[in-house]
Unconditional design. Structure first.
Length: 227
């Protein structure tokens, strides 16, 4: 891993195709994108435009991509499975449209667990979970399980979980897409404030022009290419 990398992630000529019967669907046709440390970039495009596919590529979540993915100075496409897992663990945090919290664990425990997986001592992990939840206005909800939280509260816990291990880059796929407009605005504002406060970069997929305008830069995915 290159600590002095100019960009936290670079995509060079990224391609992805899917085959359905005798038809080949080209979802990504040669995407070039670079995200600087601390930069929050909105990935704008309608549903079905390939935003999630692009995030899966950056997140090293599946194969089948062409081109280059350089994450934290490391050429991920040349890495084996173990190395990609390490790259994810050390550099990435994920927020999805649905919170995907573990239902049998309370809010704090959902943030402690990924830190334990990364090798952090439990006492440090618990302090970190408390700090993040308090920063998101959930200091009084730490002992509540997901079923006892509102949709907006659940998504804020998911944001805290994504930042638990201090990632260089947070990948967010329609992070407020399952919320009403007022709640969406509050959650996004807290997400942006926390990400900026942590000094992380973020790539946020959305179809919402209004929300995208609140980020540092907007790139548009159209017919498999960025505009």
């Amino acid at each position: 891993m290159n600590e002095g990398a100019t960009h936290v992630v670079e995509l060079r000529g990224l391609t992805r195709s899917f085959t359905q019967g005798e038809t080949t669907i080209k979802v990504l046709r040669g995407v070039d994108l670079a995200v600087r440390p601390g930069e929050i970039v909105a990935l704008l495009g309608p549903s079905g435009s390939g935003k999630s596919t692009l995030l899966q590529a950056v997140g090293l979540l599946e194969g089948g991509f062409g081109g280059q993915i350089v994450l934290a100075g490391t050429a991920a496409e040349k890495s084996n499975s173990a190395m990609r897992t390490q790259l994810r663990r050390e550099n990435l945090g994920f927020v999805y449209q649905f919170h995907h919290l573990l239902p049998d664990f309370n809010a704090a425990e959902n943030i402690v667990l990924p830190q334990l997986v990364a090798g952090k001592p439990r006492d440090e992990a618990e302090v970190r979970a408390r700090e993040l939840l308090e920063a998101l206005g959930l200091g009084q909800r730490m002992d509540h399980r997901p079923s006892q939280l509102s949709g907006g509260e659940q998504q804020r816990v998911a944001v805290a979980r994504a930042l638990a291990n201090r990632p260089r880059l947070v990948l967010a796929d329609e992070p407020t897409g399952n919320l009403d407009e007022a709640t969406s605005d509050r959650v996004l504002a807290q997400f942006l404030e926390l990400v900026r406060g942590e000094g992380s970069a973020a790539l946020v997929a959305t179809h919402n022009e209004r929300l995208a305008a609140r980020m540092d830069r907007v790139v548009r995915l159209h017919e498999g290419l960025l505009e």
